[in-house]
Design a protein around this ligand. Structure first.
Ligand SMILES: *[C@@H]1O[C@H](CO)[C@@H](O)[C@H](O)[C@H]1NC(C)=O
Ligand SMILES: *[C@@H]1O[C@H](CO)[C@@H](O)[C@H](O)[C@H]1NC(C)=O
Ligand SMILES: *[C@@H]1O[C@H](CO)[C@@H](O)[C@H](O)[C@H]1NC(C)=O
Ligand SMILES: *[C@@H]1O[C@H](CO)[C@@H](O)[C@H](O)[C@H]1NC(C)=O
Ligand SMILES: *[C@@H]1O[C@H](CO)[C@@H](O)[C@H](O)[C@H]1NC(C)=O
Ligand SMILES: [Cu+2]
Length: 348
């Protein structure tokens, strides 16, 4: 207990230092809550400028940590690619993706001038027919994949060149999709209610993630329903709709948190290393082991146990969320309150 407290004090000191000297890239103080609304609730102007802002990242040169990246979009995808093994199948799954959403939001605002509200994909609204969603209109995200490679051929992203492949090297490819309304059923209200009924985060996170094998849950739903790049655990942030799907999932987690506050501002747990025996994680493990690009890689060995600062195998509030230096590391504690300084948002 004493050593835990010491650790907590150190963490508070370090975190206070970060926020005492804010730079343009740092989280500032939350003075005005930003709104996140369903995609179809954005104004037409917000929709087109949101798409334009993502295109701006795709057309801006890389300034990230990996010299193989060509664009800002590659930079943004990289922290997910390189940490696939340690941000899925673990307790940090939801907090990491919560921070990644915020990083995307800051990039389009800081570097591409987006000033509108942030959208999420209201997946229940589209559950009867994925393809009918307003998202896929020609002027927005473009439609389903076609041809042998499933490349999309409509919309502003039809010429998007994606670069990362699963082993962390570069091989140029298109944005592919393969719509499936059947897969979207995993986000149905019964499944959401089931997750909401679970009392402790240690049990609940897995419900949203989608069962011990990464299937049959609200998280798997959006990924599998869009398919193609979105269906790939490592590469999914290559599809710009990834951020709308994960905002939906993040909204579900926040709604669960709000059912028991303040307790759920601090309710954290789950394994720190991907669940043993999880077939999806066996795949992540191979990816991690095949990548040899320095210490950021999430592996399985004992050397990774304390890589995120948890001081053990269980995910704690001290766990560092790393986004390849696009923005500073924060801890899980920093993102637990959606209204806190880092995220500073609310879902409507
Ligand atoms: C979004 O649009 C729906 C349907 O037009 C409307 O009922 C709802 O109040 C809107 N929500 C927000 C947050 O604007
Ligand atoms: C995509 O590429 C085609 C063929 O090179 C070109 O005609 C079209 O203008 C491009 N569209 C966009 C949105 O970049
Ligand atoms: C990485 O994966 C690509 C695509 O599967 C493959 O062509 C390439 O040889 C792999 N590179 C390494 C270093 O494993
Ligand atoms: C923690 O994980 C390491 C590496 O997988 C393992 O060797 C060790 O037994 C685990 N410790 C506990 C307490 O579960
Ligand atoms: C951020 O966290 C990662 C992973 O723990 C670590 O490797 C990196 O050095 C940290 N970056 C900074 C600037 O502290
Ligand atoms: Cu992910």
């Amino acid at each position: 207990m004493a050593s835990f407290l010491q650790h907590a004090v150190l963490y508070l000191t370090a975190s206070a230092t970060v926020f005492a000297a804010p730079s343009k890239r740092d989280a500032s103080v939350c003075t005005e809550i930003r709104h996140r609304v369903p995609w179809y609730n954005l104004t037409r102007e917000e929709k087109t400028s949101y798409i334009a802002a993502d295109l701006c990242l795709m057309n801006s040169p890389s300034k990230g940590v990996n010299p193989l990246a060509a664009t800002r979009w590659d930079d943004l995808q990289w922290p997910h690619v390189v940490q696939t093994a340690t941000v899925h199948g673990v307790g940090a799954f939801l907090p990491f993706h919560r921070y990644l959403l915020t990083v995307h939001e800051r990039l389009i605002k800081d570097e591409c001038g987006y000033t509108g509200r942030m959208p999420y994909w209201d997946e229940i609204h589209d559950i009867a027919d994925v393809a009918a969603s307003d998202l896929w209109k020609d002027e927005y995200f473009g439609g389903d994949g076609t041809g042998p490679d499933g490349c999309i051929e409509t919309g502003p992203f039809r010429n998007l060149t994606l670069r990362w492949v699963q082993n962390g090297t570069v091989e140029e490819h298109c944005l592919s999709r393969e719509f499936s309304t059947a897969e979207l059923q995993m986000t149905n209200q019964d499944n959401i209610d089931q997750c909401n009924a679970i009392q402790d985060y240690t049990d609940a996170w897995l419900c949203w993630f989608g069962g011990p094998h990464g299937s049959a849950g609200p998280h798997a739903a959006g990924h599998a329903a869009v398919g193609g790049v979105m269906g790939d655990a490592t590469l999914s942030p290559g599809d710009p709709v990834f951020y709308l799907h994960h905002a939906w999932l993040d909204k579900l987690w926040w709604e669960w948190q709000q059912r028991d506050l303040p307790k759920r501002y601090t309710d954290m747990g789950g394994p720190n290393l991907p669940i043993a025996g999880n077939s999806a994680n066996a795949q992540y493990r191979r990816v991690a082991n095949s990548l040899c690009i320095g210490s950021v890689l999430g592996g399985q060995g004992p050397e990774f146990v304390d890589y995120f600062g948890d001081n053990g195998n269980v995910t704690t509030l001290n766990h560092r969320l790393y986004v390849a230096e696009l923005y500073p590391n924060v801890t899980i504690a920093d993102v637990m309150d959606l209204h806190g300084d880092v995220v500073c948002s609310e879902y409507f």
